[in-house]
Design a protein around this ligand. Structure first.
Ligand code: NAD
Length: 478
């Protein structure tokens, strides 16, 4: 059951006011597969109204905010998020099926994004450019205008923090379409943004179906930038839709991220990262480390240690704070089960059984040794499934690591400094970690992919470039 909320979850925030939609959708609690709340089923017309409200905000109070004022409001928002950590955690646990500790980490990250972008808002400067005699030339960073944000269900708070946070810092007005499976923290964030004093229309939140509200947002001529996180197929579709209006798009689409364990690795240090980076959020993480590449000389040891670590893991309802909770919905559950059937030919090293429940649980499975071209070693499963792939040489490890269509995150476990530098260059990946993985969430670290993992960068200071455009001013004064 939902706790008492300071907002009506069946409404959407448009132009500073909460509106009902013509219809509603039912949110489900993934731990029990029972209805949780009714949310607005925003239509194409609601998206259109939200985009106009965002444009109005740019033409009025929000558009006149100085960079410092934008920073202050984001900082206040971060403080309010911090004061409401427990409610946000509870909502994410109920709505996404995310274990309590992991949901709390997301809420803390949301606060940190607001704090980071609040602090960064007035730190991005233009340049002066030496030019012809009699000229003064300088550049200015300006907001795109109205930005669209299409967010998935797996990390709503973190993804809203990194994209909406950076967009607001640069002075854009946002229209956010959360995933139909997970909307509550997005709505709570909108409520807190109002409390923090964000002017009407600077942030609009319209829940709804991807095929309806999402498609309307992606293809709307009134947006000037689109940030999308989700599947490759939908990412390609929204890019085409936005492209028809020549709207720039940032795509963050997932991966098949490897961790490479060399013969000189500190296995004790690596082990928690090898396992947890694959099982966190039940594997429903774009940067999940689903491939573990191990030098053959350490294969037996790594396999033994990973199996032991798996055996200590527990799957259960999210509110009991297990290691692994349910998947988001029945569709994802069926999808992962299909992958487990396709793994019938693979040696299963560990299998942690899911509880008998109507919730959307799947077993957590570790397979190995697995050939690098097996579908389980190539395709994004988005479930608690990892494969161990042995290798003999550094060149072979690089070829396997680079041998999928993705390139989001990679890590190298080795004490050899020259090898660390070589591989950091050779790996085709948006991020490379050396003797760690994920670096504690990395609010400050630019993030994004190559290949089918997408393009553009969010997080860190770098995101401010993506959420702004550059104007060159050339003055001839003689
Ligand atoms: P999806 O890509 O369909 O949905 C992501 C977001 O896009 C949601 O808000 C959805 O409403 C919206 N959307 C859907 N269709 C749209 C359209 N035609 N136009 C505009 N917006 C649209 O993802 P999904 O179906 O929820 O999940 C399926 C697969 O996507 C997963 O198995 C996983 O592989 C991948 N995924 C990746 C990430 C990630 O972080 N990279 C997140 C979620 C899902």
């Amino acid at each position: 059951m939902l706790p008492t909320l300071p907002f009506d979850p069946s409404k959407m925030l448009i132009g500073g006011a909460w509106h009902a939609a013509a219809d509603t959708l039912t949110l489900e609690n993934p731990s029990t597969a029972t209805p949780l709340a009714e949310i607005a089923k925003g239509s194409a017309a609601d998206i259109d109204t939200a985009i106009h409200a965002a444009q109005t905000a740019l033409d009025s109070e929000w558009g006149r905010f100085t960079a410092t004022e934008r920073g202050r409001v984001l900082t206040r928002l971060g403080q309010l998020v911090t004061e409401n950590i427990e409610l946000l955690t509870q909502l994410e646990t109920l709505d996404v099926g995310k274990p309590v500790t992991q949901a709390r980490a997301d809420a803390l990250a949301l606060a940190r994004y607001c704090e980071f972008y609040g602090g960064a808002a007035d730190k991005l400067h233009g340049q002066t450019i030496p030019y012809l005699d009699g000229y003064t030339v300088y550049t200015m960073r300006e907001p795109h205008g109205v930005t669209g944000h299409i967010v998935p269900w797996n990390y709503p708070m973190q993804i809203i923090g990194r994209s909406v946070g950076a967009a607001l810092a640069m002075g854009n007005a946002c229209v956010l379409k959360p995933a139909e499976d997970a909307c509550l923290t997005a709505l709570m964030f909108a409520h807190l943004a109002q409390e923090a004093g964000l002017p009407a229309g600077a942030l609009n939140v319209v829940p709804g179906l991807g095929s309806e509200a999402g498609a309307a947002l992606a293809g709307h001529p009134g947006i000037q930038h689109l940030s999308f996180t989700g599947s490759v197929a939908t990412g390609a579709a929204v890019q085409i839709a936005a492209g028809a209006n020549v709207v720039p798009v940032t795509l963050e689409l997932g991966g098949k991220s490897p961790q490479i364990v060399f013969e000189d690795a500190d296995i004790g240090a690596a082990l928690p990262f090898l396992v947890n980076a694959g099982l966190q959020n039940a594997g429903q993480t774009c940067s999940a480390s689903s491939r573990i590449l191990v030098h053959r000389s350490r294969l037996e040891e790594v396999t033994h240690e990973m199996v032991k670590a798996y055996q200590a893991k527990h799957i259960g309802p999210a509110d009991s704070d297990p290691d692994i909770g349910p998947l988001i919905n029945g569709t994802q559950q069926a999808r992962v089960k299909t992958y487990l059937q396709r793994a019938a030919d693979l040696p299963c090293l560990a299998r942690i059984e899911a509880p008998a429940s109507d919730g959307h649980y799947v077993p957590a499975c570790l397979f190995g040794p697995v050939s690098p071209d097996h579908p389980l070693a190539q395709e994004e499963i988005f479930g608690p499934v990892q494969v161990i792939i042995p290798f003999d040489t550094e060149d072979e490890a690089v070829a396997i690591a680079n041998g999928t269509e993705f390139g989001l995150v990679a890590s190298i476990w080795t004490r050899d400094g020259a090898r660390q530098m070589r591989l950091a260059k050779r790996l085709k990946s948006g991020q490379v970690f050396i003797n760690n993985y994920g670096a504690g969430g990395g609010v400050e670290l630019p993030f994004g992919g190559v290949g089918k993992s997408g393009h553009g960068r969010e997080k860190g200071f770098e995101a401010l470039y993506g959420f702004s455009t550059l104007k060159t001013v050339a003055a001839h004064h003689g």
